[in-house]
Write a protein of this length. Structure first.
Length: 455
């Protein structure tokens, strides 16, 4: 029997994850942008764009700052507010030197991405759970310390110090920093020829994965705790093929995972954050696998001389859909989103404990700036250092300089009180943060046996 022919095509909308590796100034459209693909792209079960491939593009547009945003920025001592920009990548160079012209739609860049993992322990006892949580916290603390030490000792310390100082300045240039990640969705399909697979190689396609398998996928559409409700459908696509322990193909790339939201709590006032949990309940085999099995089925039917057992084995089609239970075991998100995963794969946002320190410090500085003492018949006002710090809490460097130059306690008190009130509102009174998983968010989904849906 002839092998089935499978086209190696990356469909429209497939994301390329690209990390910038060279600093670029955001000053005018056309500025060159250079980066590398950080996640391998598969077609069926073949690597077609390896991680490390070079991606080049340019700054497409720069949006002027609106009058309202500019006024608010000026009020906070920022004379050069952030300008929104759009990047486009138009060429991918593979490691072998082959160049692929591409058209892309690129989402806004993410300065720092974190990989979150839920607790892998499966129903531990109370003691075991406590030990697991303690080990997890210790490991997390060690990881944070290691990351902090790496940032301090990594090359480019002077540049980072310069960037930090410039970030406090009211006037500064805007740059696209190395490490910034973009998701570039293809605007047209990419063809990489064809491959062939025999009936034996496709015999296990569509069969149930082994328990505790981890499926790597991406979200097809955004899911948010602000808009989702219980029962909202969720769909993901496999980004890597899944194999059995004997390295037989079970699910090719672009197989579909279908699930739903089982819990959604939007963010609320008084800084109460949102919660979100999704599960996946069904696997749908990719169309390429079904078409390949259909080819083999037709060939098996045309070759009547073969034995019935061989024909039945060769013509067994892949299952189009099968039940499963899948929870989130890992997810990549923007570090600024402050999302965490619990033991069952539920996502929720957290608020840094430093809000108590920052708000308390702002209140103390405002109070210290207004403090006066009467000694030996004279009134002692707050020193210049206190007034400068109080001004800085309100309008950063601009407020600090204004307080220092004005040499006026009322001015320092007014600026410090503004900073304290804004800090209290932002950290304790304002609306909390929702859990938002954007389109194309990378997921790690733990596979389990079929289950009965809870009422």
């Amino acid at each position: 029997m002839e092998p089935a022919t499978i086209p190696l095509t990356i469909p429209t909308g497939t994301p390329l994850r690209i990390a910038v590796d060279q600093r670029a100034r955001i000053s005018h459209p056309g500025e060159a942008v250079h980066g590398k693909v950080v996640e391998t792209v598969y077609a069926f079960d073949q690597v077609v764009i390896p991680a490390g491939s070079i991606a080049t593009g340019h700054v497409k547009t720069i949006t002027p700052v609106s009058g309202v945003r500019r006024t608010m920025a000026y009020a906070n001592g920022d004379l050069t507010p952030f300008r929104r920009y759009e990047v486009s990548f138009d060429m991918v160079t593979l490691p072998d030197g082959k160049q692929l012209p591409v058209t892309t739609t690129v989402t806004p860049g993410t300065a720092e991405v974190v990989h979150l993992v839920s607790n892998p322990a499966k129903k531990p006892g109370t003691v075991d759970r406590a030990k697991t949580e303690a080990k997890g916290k210790i490991a997390e603390a060690k990881e944070q310390a290691r990351e902090g030490w790496q940032k301090l000792t990594a090359p480019g310390k002077m540049q980072r110090l310069k960037d930090f100082v410039l970030a406090q300045s009211p006037y500064r240039h805007q740059y696209l920093q190395p490490g910034t990640r973009f998701v570039a969705d293809l605007g047209a399909p990419l063809e990489f020829g064809t491959t062939s697979r025999t009936g034996e190689q496709l015999a296990t396609v569509g069969t149930e994965p082994t328990p505790d398998s981890t499926l790597k996928a991406r979200l097809v559409a955004e899911v948010s705790s602000a808009t989702a409700s219980r029962g909202t459908p969720v769909t993901a696509l496999l980004t890597e093929p899944l194999y059995s322990p004997t390295h037989q193909l079970l699910l090719p790339a672009n197989s579909r995972l279908v699930g739903e939201v089982v819990k959604a709590q939007p963010a609320r006032k008084l800084h109460r954050n949102g919660e979100l949990r999704v599960i996946f309940e069904r696997i749908e085999t990719s169309e390429e696998a079904l078409q390949a099995q259909a080819q083999l089925q037709q060939q098996a039917q045309a070759q009547a001389q073969r034995s019935k057992a061989q024909a039945e084995r060769s013509q067994a089609p892949a299952e189009r859909s099968q039940a499963m239970i899948g929870n989130l075991e890992g997810v990549e998100v923007d570090k600024r989103s402050n999302i965490q995963l619990d033991e069952e794969g539920g996502a929720h946002t957290t608020t840094s404990k430093t809000r108590y320190l920052s708000s308390g410090l702002a209140v103390m500085l405002a109070a210290a700036a207004s403090h006066t003492e009467v000694e030996h018949g004279t009134t002692e006002m707050a020193g210049p250092g206190v007034r400068t710090a109080a001004g800085g809490s309100g309008f950063r460097l601009t407020g600090a300089l204004l307080s220092l130059v004005a040499k006026s306690t009322p001015v320092s008190v007014a600026i410090g009180a503004y900073g304290a009130s804004m800090s209290i509102y932002a950290n304790f009174i304002s609306r909390g943060h929702d859990v938002i998983l954007p389109k194309d968010t990378p997921l790690e989904i733990g596979f389990g046996p079929p289950h009965t849906k809870a009422p």
